[in-house]
Design a protein around this ligand. Sequence first.
Ligand code: ADP
Length: 639
Amino acid sequence: MSEQSAQKHSFQAEVAQLLHLVTHSLYSNPEIFLRELISNASDACDKLRFEGINHPEYYENDPDLHVRISLDKENKTITISDNGIGLSEQEAIDNLGTIAKSGTKDFMSKLTGDQKADAQLIGQFGVGFYSGFIVAEKITVESRRAGLSENEGVRWISGGTGDFEVEQISKASRGTDIILHLREDALEYLEAWKVKQIVNKYSDHISLPIEMQKEVWQEEEAAEGEEAKGGKMVKTDEWEVINSASALWTRSKSEITEEQYIEFYKNLTHNFEAPLTWAHNHVEGNTEYTQLLYIPAKAPSDIFTREAKAGIKLYVKRVFIMDDADNLIPNYLRFVQGVVDSADLPLNVSRELLQESRDVRTIREGNTRRILNLLDGLAKSEDEKDQEKFKQFYSEFGSVIKEGLGEDFSNRERILKLLRYATSSNDDVVTSFADYKARMKEGQKAIYYVTADSLSAAKNSPQLELFKKKGIEVILMSDRVDEWAMNFVQEFDGTPLQNVSKGAVDLGDLQDAEEKKALEAAAEHFKPVVDKLSDTLKDKTKEVRVTTRLVDSPACLVTPEGDLSPQLIRMLKQAGQTVPDSKPILEINPEHPLVKKLEGTQQFDDLANVIFDQAVIAEGGLPEDPAEYVKRINNLLLK
Ligand code: ADP
């Protein structure tokens, strides 16, 4: 059979860009290439194990899965071979020529050109296969997919710049050989001791045996009468295992060092940065499983997109079943990465089956509890390092766990305890509901909070004026998710929560009888103005009323109890949703000169509309008709 000639292909633009970065930014830690390629080999063996459940013939006569590393000093190559699932020709073109991951473009746009910062970013993103080009001037991949015949192998060759070549070859053994043609400055990776050292450091916990050809010392024979000549190391036909080859999570905690946990995480997630913390447990009971769950140090860039995936790998009795098993962790903890190994689920479990399984529900609840406990432990810890970790966690993922208030009713109290906010008396996002409660004024019956689009809008909200005057602390909420999440929360630890921009303010005992009387008198006095305002603004407001909550501002908008707030409406509209119409209540400050001016003015219409539009602006919105607003202001200015 005549072999087909090689076909040239161009890398996808992003790959070419990534390759350039890999070779220019990652050279400070070149040895990680080995970890990445071993990790890919191990994934390929996992995939074979999984597909082999339904296709036992894929094993051919080669059932013991392994990774082999061969060094060839003469040709200056290091080869990483596996007998895993392998690649078909099309898969080689697709998987080694494009980046399938979502968020790639987004990732590329974040690159700064600063090598150190970019190396960090690449670390978070994971370069995988392409890291081979840190040490190789050329990479040859020879592979045959399990299930294909011997002459359906593929050879892929690239120098790591614009393009690669692919041709069909014949390959006797199933799986993949990655042959790195080392650059002159990377020849140290031809030394067996060096390779063993790296494997020990990064890949010891890989559950697969990693093997190297055993070398023995061979004396050179000395001729008679001569001194002994010495000798050299020569390779034998025997392969020796150079790693521990047991899945890390199956070992007992006491046998695992911190470094090993961290390396495992980096391997698992292709993340270069150490995780913030982790939990490792073997759970027995109705459902038996092992969980090793990590909280990353940084949020991935796609955490708030629809593509954001759960980062849990599911194994059943150490057989890899699937990535991103989103049934094993609730959506609001989607940043958690790790492994769950179940003793009870069937090996051929599908995603559909996972949804209905009772075992899965139990595992999911167990994972949720474990993560919330882990976070609670950090939050409560006296240890400064833990506190620092909690702070970092919160700044990365605080707004994600808030989603749990609406998603996970059974853990709402636990989630509430983890939340931290800025308040009207402390700009730092450190105050918990419990802290706030401890600082409440005598006679204060509710936890007060305000929601706005930004911290400064919350802080300067007119709704807060009376609270400031009276020295009552108010929690400032400015995350997009706050407004929605707080819909699900009525109280904390027995104390009601009150959104000060919703409904009438009731300060209860904090307001004295005199103030209440003054309000009644003002309401009486302003009744004609209020009636006229209601009429003038009837298309814009649901109601107009006099308030004591304002000190410096003439008016503010209040959301009727039970309605969506203006911020939430804006947010939903931006997200392209149709929102039921809701008109706010306009509250006016009877002490304010502009409001007093409403009595007896010739320009009632202009003034009324301007007061309303200003209230809209004060809480971060825009007047419905900005040009009209400007015209009315100018009318007033000119008179
Ligand atoms: P990742 O592993 O993060 O998906 P890589 O760039 O490391 O990204 O690899 C790209 C793809 O190439 C993998 O998803 C896999 O499909 C394929 N691949 C890489 N190495 C191997 C291998 N040793 N055996 C089979 N397929 C592989």
